[in-house]
Ligand binder design. Sequence first.
Ligand SMILES: [Zn+2]
Length: 84
Amino acid sequence: MKCPQCQADNKDQAKACRKCGMNLQLPPLWQPSWQWHGRALLIIYAVIIALFLVLRVALKPYVRRLPDDITPWLHGRSVPHSLH
Ligand SMILES: [Zn+2]
């Protein structure tokens, strides 16, 4: 391994750099666990779903309603004769 401070080569098991004496046993960089990943994904999905619900309610007055006669399958009515 290389010393992060002076780039000197050291044994992998070295406790300190043989050149500058820097402590080479620093704790490893933060490595998130699977639990952390799961929680982060859960939070992201929760935020997206919450945003979707909020926008759906907030934008409801601005959503144009389709006329019934162009979506007859949504209303259980038979297709008007004029379309045949
Ligand atoms: Zn060093």
